[in-house]
Design a protein around this ligand. Structure first.
Ligand code: SF4
Length: 385
């Protein structure tokens, strides 16, 4: 398939608050069941092995008006929680058989409780990840938590996953993550051939459509990006940090590039790139997964071994792609991102890496203020380089 058709197809999957693509899939595939996963990472390996389609849910973006959610949620919480709840309250997420929320923050925890209370006929699970990653109890505890999830999901699909089901799921997601990593490697080398908003659209759909189908599209897209010969422009090289959960709009991503930046790496859609190594295909699957979640995750605001490791990882990430600067692009009211910024700022300052911080929310309609800040940042780097 040609790249413009792939991008158009992918945009249809996630730029539709009615989820017509998911509904068509459900109607056209007898017996298919779907489970919504709230970011950042929810163990989709277990969902897939149980015979269910994992659907990453990132709220309603600019596409839904908040008419009902504000009566049950405070107005001073992040947009993704409010628009996700609005999608649920307006029946748009009825296509899903349930939702799973990970223990990333208090908002996610509260949303899982609200979900359970408001949608009692569907599953609403909250998965607790260990806080103390080095504890001797962390692996058995997390394995037990994954087993509990497996039992709930088996009830929905009507079958308990075998070890072979887990191996197939691990293998498929390993191949998918490898292809996603290839996109990032390509962007790190020649970002002028892989525009951020275009790559983002293709990757975002990968959290919704059946993974084999997306893998085929991704390989076609990679072939086209590899063969492109665009001319590099005079822009600064940056990495984007802070958008690991709520997602900036495509318009904001375009604004960042138009203001003179090449984004070489980021933490967008982080759940798709959660592991730093492929999942092993031998051993007890749930123990393997538990160990991997604890020891092989990308450092982020919601999962890291300690404040020092987090800052060092960001500096290393910036240096790996020879970035001129770091853009902290954080969702408004997102406590994990804002607390993280206070720590990370110290590390990038100490490493002498220029940085700029700004906040966004889903409903943001004009980008002139951010554009001006970005252009000033770009000019200051070009001036002193
Ligand atoms: S955007 Fe931040 S505060 Fe909101 S659910 Fe995600 S991690 Fe929690």
């Amino acid at each position: 398939m040609r790249l413009d058709s792939i991008v158009a197809e992918c945009r249809e999957w996630f730029l539709d608050p009615g989820f017509a693509k998911l509904r068509a899939l459900r109607e056209g595939t007898p017996g298919v069941r779907m489970i919504g996963l709230f970011p950042v990472y929810t163990p989709e390996e277990v969902v897939l092995a149980a015979g269910l389609l994992p659907v990453h849910v990132y709220g309603g973006g600019t596409m839904v008006e908040i008419d009902h959610a504000d009566s049950r949620l405070q107005s001073f919480v992040c947009s993704i929680s409010r628009t996700t709840f609005e999608l649920g309250l307006t029946g748009r997420l009825d296509v899903l058989d349930g939702m799973i929320f990970p223990s990333i923050c208090d908002v996610s925890r509260n949303l899982s409780g609200l979900w359970r209370r408001n949608f009692p006929d569907r599953i609403a699970e909250f998965i607790h990840f260990p806080e103390n990653l080095g504890s001797a109890h962390a692996v058995p505890y997390l394995r037990h938590e994954l087993k509990r999830l497996e039992q709930v999901l088996s009830h929905v699909s009507g079958r308990a996953p075998s070890d072979e089901d887990y191996r197939s799921a691990f293998d498929l997601l390993n191949r998918h993550r490898r292809a996603v990593d290839e996109v990032y490697a390509l962007r790190g080398e020649a970002p002028w051939n892989v525009p951020l908003a275009e790559a983002y659209a293709v990757l975002r759909a990968g959290g919704m459509m059946p993974r084999e189908q997306h893998l085929r599209l991704l390989k076609d897209a990679l072939a086209e990006w590899c063969s492109r010969q665009n001319r590099p422009q005079d822009r600064v090289r940056v990495i984007l940090e802070g958008s690991f959960c709520e997602q900036p709009s495509l318009e904001l991503l375009q604004t960042i590039e138009e203001a003179g930046c090449y984004v070489l790496n980021d933490d967008l859609l982080l759940g798709q790139r959660w592991f730093t190594a492929p999942l092993p295909l031998s051993g007890d699957p749930l123990e393997v997964l538990a160990r991997h979640v604890l020891a092989r995750c990308v450092p982020s605001a919601v999962h890291h071994p300690g404040p020092e490791g987090r800052g060092a990882a960001l500096v290393e990430k910036a240096r790996a792609v020879r970035a001129d600067g770091v853009l902290f692009c954080m969702a408004k009211f997102c406590e994990p991102a804002l607390y993280d910024y206070a720590l990370l700022k110290r590390s990038v300052d100490a490493a002498g890496i220029p940085h700029l911080a700004f906040e966004f929310e889903e409903k943001m309609g004009t980008f002139e203020s951010v554009r001006t800040q970005l252009e000033t940042f770009v000019e200051s780097i070009l001036l002193f380089s």
